[in-house]
Ligand binder design. Structure first.
Ligand SMILES: Nc1ncnc2c1ncn2[C@@H]1O[C@H](COP(=O)(O)OP(=O)(O)OP(=O)(O)O)[C@@H](O)[C@H]1O
Ligand SMILES: [Mg+2]
Length: 358
């Protein structure tokens, strides 16, 4: 599936700005971004519910705009997946096929296969209100898949589920989609959900894709402050480049008592303002002053959030900046669990930081 330079304008508002994107057959792709950035609009254009202002959407090389809506091999599962409340599970799944005029015997087989796939066959005679949220979700998925779309669109598929069922359903859904081999584009606010489910994801901001890659690439190598903060949480240090070599860069900052050091070079002039992103799990706490002339800070423990297997330490540095460190319980026991108000050092390695120039 190809999206080629697609623009969508609503009067003065440009909701989608020159988006181009290729999604491979069978791929599970996620669109992420804050509210109003154009995710649903892009999805609606793919579904044919909204026309494009300019650009093209191709499925198997065919331009979607040239296809009447009923011929489009696309199915969208909506934010609220609204099953028909008065119909059984079976009838809900059969509904679309009936409308297409599929023969009775084939219809029965396909509905059964779809319900088997989502492990809901034994609930075929129940009504939606007799099912849990996660089960309803699976019926909605069966209803979407039974029509054998080439492209399945999911808009916030888990938004109706609470956190625990969500996590289980995410994995179930990925397994089902994998086994069917359908190409799938999902929209979500929830970065953890996108990272769990998608093979690749795009971070959108103000109608544009700002970064695209695997969850690992986007998390470990964000290309901008926006991506770094949107995908996961991070510590950002502002400064300017004072030494730039192919294998390292030194950055001077007023936020630390020392320079920042990153073990890769950048392209840009000396003196260029940059931001260094360091993920909380890359930051270690020590009681003793760190050795070495870079990548450390001194401050006091301002807050501790106990999360079970790890704790989030908020350390207020002498510069006034707050640094968040994700410290495992094991690491904590080795430094005698610092508490509120304790004096502490933070430090990180040369490979922990990512230089952001945008
Ligand atoms: N029919 C419309 N007429 C005018 N403006 C619209 C219309 N639909 C969407 N917009 C605008 O286009 C922009 C993108 O909206 P869209 O619904 O795509 O956002 P979204 O990324 O899905 O947000 P959310 O995460 O809140 O669902 C917003 O500024 C919105 O106000
Ligand atoms: Mg939306």
């Amino acid at each position: 599936m190809q999206i080629v330079d697609v623009v969508k304008k609503f009067g003065e508002t440009v909701a989608v700005k020159n988006v181009s994107l290729s999604v491979a057959k069978g791929e599970l792709f996620a669109l992420l971004g804050s509210s109003g950035c154009g995710k649903s609009t892009l999805l609606r254009m793919l579904a044919g519910l909204e026309s494009v202002s300019s650009g093209k959407i191709l499925i198997d090389g065919e331009d979607l705009a040239q296809m009447p809506p009923y011929r489009r091999p696309v199915n969208m599962m909506f934010q609220s997946y609204a099953l028909f409340p008065h119909m059984t599970v079976e009838s809900n799944v059969a509904f679309g096929l009936k409308q297409e005029g599929v023969q009775k015997a084939e219809l029965k087989d396909r509905v059964h296969a779809a319900l088997e796939l989502v492990q809901m066959a034994r609930f075929a005679k129940r009504k939606p209100h007799q099912l849990s949220g996660g089960q309803q979700q699976r019926v909605a998925l069966a209803r979407s898949l039974v029509k054998r779309p080439k492209l399945l669109l999911l808009d916030e598929p888990m938004s109706a589920l609470d956190k625990q069922i969500r996590q289980r359903t995410q994995i179930e859904l990925v397994n089902i989609l994998d086994s069917v081999g359908v190409t799938c584009i999902m929209v979500t606010h929830d970065q953890e959900e996108a990272m769990t489910m998608a093979g690749r994801l795009a971070v959108m901001s103000e109608g544009q894709i700002v970064q695209l890659g695997t969850p690992h690439e986007v998390y470990e190598y964000p290309n901008s402050r926006f991506s770094a903060e949107f995908i996961g949480s991070t510590n950002l240090f502002d400064g300017h480049v004072v030494e730039d070599e192919p294998d390292h860069v030194f950055v001077e900052t007023t936020e630390l008592p020392c320079r920042l050091y990153v073990n890769h070079g950048i392209t840009g002039p000396l003196g260029m303002p940059v931001t260094i992103s360091v993920r909380p799990e890359r930051i270690a706490l020590t009681r003793k002053p760190p050795e070495g002339a870079y990548n450390w800070g001194h401050g006091t423990v301002a807050n501790i959030a106990y999360m079970g297997g790890y704790s989030l330490y908020h350390v207020q540095l002498d510069s006034g900046k707050t640094v968040v460190a994700n410290v495992s319980s094991l690491a904590l026991s080795e430094i005698e669990s610092p508490t509120w108000g304790d004096e502490i050092y933070v430090r990180w390695s040369a490979s922990a930081g990512v230089v952001l120039t945008a």
